[in-house]
Design a binder for this molecule. Structure first.
Ligand SMILES: CCCCCCCCCCCCCC(=O)O
Length: 132
């Protein structure tokens, strides 16, 4: 399927400002800038498995399109939300459990890269992955 593969982060855009807006302190931001994030994505119909590994942790997330699930960021911030497929774009809408604010994200394949965009409080960041 479109997003299937082993993806390794190659570069980020505006990620430090995004994390600061999310309330992540400078020490964690410095570490997160070099987190060597990898995601292994596998899709079967409307079900996805995402194996996430970084310098912080290794976890597996399973979700179904349109079905709400819980997810915790590496710093422990808890989110709840769902992914939907809009054409060739995965669109995620999540709510922070601690303050009720919305975090939007999407994944799209551009050329041979997977581009994930995050938006929180009007601040947008991108993380761009290459096939590992
Ligand atoms: C402070 C750093 C924030 C990074 C933003 C991460 C947003 C994650 C959205 C939800 C991801 C669900 C699991 C997945 O599909 O990988």
């Amino acid at each position: 399927m479109t997003f299937d593969g082993n993806w390794k982060v190659d570069r980020s855009e505006n990620y430090d400002t995004f994390m600061e807006t999310m309330g992540v302190n400078i020490m964690k931001r410095k570490l997160a800038a070099h987190d060597n994030l990898k995601v292994i994505i596998h899709q079967e119909g409307d079900k996805f498995s995402v194996k996430e590994s970084s310098t912080f942790r290794s976890i597996e997330i399973n979700f179904t399109l349109g079905v709400q699930f819980d997810y915790a960021l590496a710093d422990g911030t808890e989110l709840s939300g769902a992914w939907a497929l809009e054409g060739d774009k995965l669109v995620g809408t999540f709510t922070r459990k601690d303050n009720g604010k919305t975090l939007k994200t999407n994944r799209v394949i551009i050329g041979d890269e997977l581009v994930q965009t995050y938006v929180y409080e009007g601040v947008e960041a991108k993380r761009i992955f290459k096939k590992a």
